[in-house]
Design a protein around this ligand. Structure first.
Ligand SMILES: C[S@@+](CC[C@H](N)C(=O)[O-])C[C@H]1O[C@@H](n2cnc3c(N)ncnc32)[C@H](O)[C@@H]1O
Ligand SMILES: [Zn+2]
Length: 268
């Protein structure tokens, strides 16, 4: 993490301020090893190889626990698998742009992707902006490591955190752009995750949440999904969980009929 990121971080549990106990940066703004301590609840969060671990092993519950484990095991095949899935609904570029084009971009924006995975949306940010600060959280260590190596390969920068959508480690009103693609169907607590995305967005921010719909999952069930997910309930886009106070709330079908996108604006 960057030393400067401390300004936007908070304890994901009690939302108290965090202070850094780390080595002095070696000639730069980066902290590779160290610890963040919550000034209120005194929890400690390890910084390892530049990534703050806001989650300890064994802290996840419900489907997040299962998905973190599966994503840790299969992160190396994630990108080709998704390319194949997107190929069936018009191609990856088209599918990702369908989401990115719904967001509002401005130079210098601070951007958060919740469930960043291997970072495959990052190149699409660079196409839209020259200057931005990208932040990503994910519950899978292995996905984050792949993301980190992609970020280097693409000559980009991104601040990555091991953390849950349901407990974001950021102060209120931090981000100009907030989005999530591809996992909310199976979040342990979708309502809380949506509330957290709203909390960390600046007033007046457009937020999007996209995932596969039931039609897509039925197709995938025929292949490997049942092994992956196990017995599952029918997927319903979680539009009813968007708080009443949100504005311009819309639910649209995307990905050639195989996905949904919820978009809304936080009150200004
Ligand atoms: C299907 S991948 C999508 C990755 C990326 N958003 C993309 O569009 O390629 C979903 C990612 O969300 C992460 N994830 C799942 N549940 C999560 C949660 N509750 N909080 C944060 N990340 C989560 C998974 O570990 C995985 O890396
Ligand atoms: Zn705390």
């Amino acid at each position: 993490m960057k030393w400067s990121s401390i300004d936007v971080l908070c304890c994901p549990f009690c939302k108290g301020s965090v202070v850094l106990r780390g080595r002095e940066p070696e000639g730069g703004d980066l902290v590779f090893e160290g610890e963040l301590i919550c000034a209120s609840c005194r929890r400690a969060f390890t910084i390892h190889k530049g990534i703050v671990h806001f989650l300890q092993t064994g802290e996840l519950v419900g489907s997040n626990k299962k998905h973190a484990r599966l994503n840790d095991m299969f992160s190396h095949v994630y990108t080709p698998t998704v390319k194949l899935m997107f190929a069936l609904c018009g191609g990856e570029e088209r599918a990702r742009c369908e989401c990115m084009d719904r967001l509002e971009w401005h130079e210098g924006a601070r951007i958060l992707e919740v469930g960043i995975g291997t970072g495959d949306n990052l190149p699409y940010l660079r196409r839209r902006l020259h200057r931005f600060q990208a932040y990503g959280v994910d519950i899978s260590r292995s996905m984050l490591r792949h993301c980190e190596s992609n970020v280097k390969k693409w000559g980009m920068e991104a601040e990555l955190f091991l953390a849950e959508a349901e407990r974001l480690p950021f102060k209120d009103g931090t981000f100009d752009v907030v989005f999530h693609i591809g996992a909310i169907n199976f979040f342990t607590d979708k309502k809380r995750a949506i509330e957290e995305m709203i909390r960390v967005a600046r007033p007046g921010t457009k937020i999007i949440i996209a995932d596969e719909n039931e039609r897509a999952l039925r197709v995938l069930d025929k292949f490997l999904l049942q092994l992956w997910i196990g017995k599952r309930e029918e997927v319903v886009p979680p539009i009813d969980l968007v708080p009443q106070a949100m504005q311009e709330v819309r639910l649209e079908t995307i990905w050639r009929g195989y996905g949904y996108c919820i978009e809304f604006r936080t009150p200004g």
